[in-house]
Design a protein around this ligand. Structure first.
Ligand code: DLL
Length: 438
């Protein structure tokens, strides 16, 4: 028997037919708002020959134009707002494809909707006001920290805003305060678990955790089993992205068989990434989201570039929402390193600005002691290689590492290599070697 807490049974267990009608109404309102207030959407819809009045129900979703991450970059920072700036109470952000982050503006209502989505996820993991929730996602522009914090506070749980890093301190607080729910990336959960074991601490005795909510990066059932064993907990998946809301777009229930999508607020589609055509349930393809209750920066058919499949068979928990499977890959070259989205183009934008290095590079990603590492191998130019001093070359290497840290937000090891030592490719350049096994 599955012990599950449903935060909003009316919405989460709604008859799917009734929900589809509600979605249709909300979609119509969203499209009208976007057409009236966002020039980009108006132009795209005009070009496609669609007016807001042409959208009658969910069946018409497929006629609407897509939105891409590049649109957020091109319209940075406020070009996609559908409400006046005075209505925006929060900005969150994540990595863009180049130096600048992409940002999303939230109205008070958007923050409240997002908060409830996270509260639903925490409830499904068994969280109540009796719990002590340790949030080790980063606080800041990244949606992880504040997102989980708001959801836990909404439930009335005691919330500890630890933010990321400082493992010894995390474990000390976990012990002293008796944290019962852990929120962080799955790779960090593994690292915490390994450290706890190395310290000789015993889950269930020294550590009181009972569940964890892990997301922001891909993980597997093998990794779930490892975390559950190390920490003695139920490990649950949570999915989200800044452009749509943040964590809580979808979440696992105790059945751990796909993540329930908060379909009264977001609508998911799976498309063929090459043609844009909608694909049926049970077929893997690119995940696309449309927000239907956001008014700050609503998104129309946003292409996530995440690959997964949707399923709508009944779930033993009683929720009637469509579920999404694990993310099995990406249709673009985005990497997630220590929970941070990294595009090779961001690294390239750093390298082109530095004298003495050639635009030939290779990113080597690995996982050492459950933590991701990034090595950037860059070729020196012939002149620099034959003429320069070791001190100067070390200076260049430091400069590159500092700039990567400031542009991408993560530390990288920079290795300067001799000219022509990085293999040239005849087709699309291969710039990434990912040795991680998840
Ligand atoms: O990662 C939001 C989040 C925070 C989700 C905390 C879960 C927990 P972004 O930084 O915008 O937002 O990155 C979004 O991360 O398109 C996926 O590629 C990936 N991602 C997020 N959750 C999962 C997950 C947050 N559970 C991008 N499994 C998304 C696999 C995930 N990939």
């Amino acid at each position: 028997m599955i012990q599950d807490r449903i935060y909003n049974p009316q919405m989460e267990c709604m008859d799917p037919e009734v929900r589809r009608k509600l979605q249709g109404e909300r979609l119509r309102a969203t499209v009208a708002l976007e057409y009236a207030n966002v020039p980009l959407y108006r132009e795209r819809m005009d070009k496609a020959g669609i007016k807001p009045e042409d959208i009658h129900s969910m069946d018409d979703l497929k006629y609407l134009p897509f939105t891409e991450k590049t649109d957020l970059r091109d319209e940075f920072p406020f070009g996609l707002l559908a409400s006046p700036k005075s209505e925006i109470v929060r900005i969150q952000g994540s990595s863009g494809t180049t130096g600048k982050p992409i940002v999303s503006g939230y109205t008070q209502n958007d923050v409240e909707v997002w908060t409830e989505m996270v509260a639903r996820a925490l409830s499904a993991a068994g969280c109540t006001r009796e719990d002590i929730v340790q949030v080790c996602y980063g606080y800041g522009l990244f949606t992880g920290g504040l997102g989980l914090h708001q959801g836990a506070s909404q439930i009335g749980a005691m919330t500890i805003p630890m933010s990321s890093g400082n493992t010894q301190r995390q474990i000390m607080m976990m012990r002293d305060l008796g944290s019962t729910i852990l929120c962080c990336t799955p790779s960090y959960a593994t690292y915490l678990g390994e450290t706890i074991r190395e310290m000789g601490l015993v889950p269930g005795k020294d550590i009181k955790l009972k569940a964890g909510i892990f997301g922001a990066e891909p993980w597997s059932d093998e990794m779930r089993a490892r975390i559950e064993e190390l920490l003695g907990i139920d490990a649950m998946d949570i999915y989200g992205l800044t452009e749509i809301a943040g964590p809580g777009v979808a979440f696992e229930c105790k059945a751990k068989h796909g993540m329930h999508i908060n379909e009264d607020h977001v609508v998911a589609e799976i498309i063929n990434p090459a043609t844009g055509e909608q694909l049926p349930y049970g077929t893997a393809g690119e995940l696309v989201f449309t927000t239907i209750s956001k008014t700050g920066q609503p998104m129309l058919r946003y292409r996530t570039h995440d690959i997964c499949m949707l399923q709508n068979d009944p779930c033993p928990c009683g929720r009637t929402t469509v579920r999404m499977g694990r993310i099995t890959g990406r249709t673009d070259d985005m990497l997630i390193i220590r929970g941070v989205n990294v595009f090779p183009s961001q690294i390239e934008s750093v390298l082109v600005g530095i004298n003495g290095v050639a635009p030939h590079y290779m990113l080597v990603v690995d996982r050492v002691n459950s933590s991701d590492t990034l090595e950037v191998k860059v070729e020196l130019t012939e002149e620099m290689f034959s003429s320069d001093t070791v001190a100067h070359i070390e200076g260049i290497s430091r400069q590159i590492a500092d700039q990567i840290k400031s542009v991408v937000g993560i530390a990288a090891k920079v290795s300067l290599v001799p000219p022509k030592s990085i293999p040239r490719s005849e087709g699309k350049a291969k710039r990434i070697i990912d040795n991680r096994k998840i």
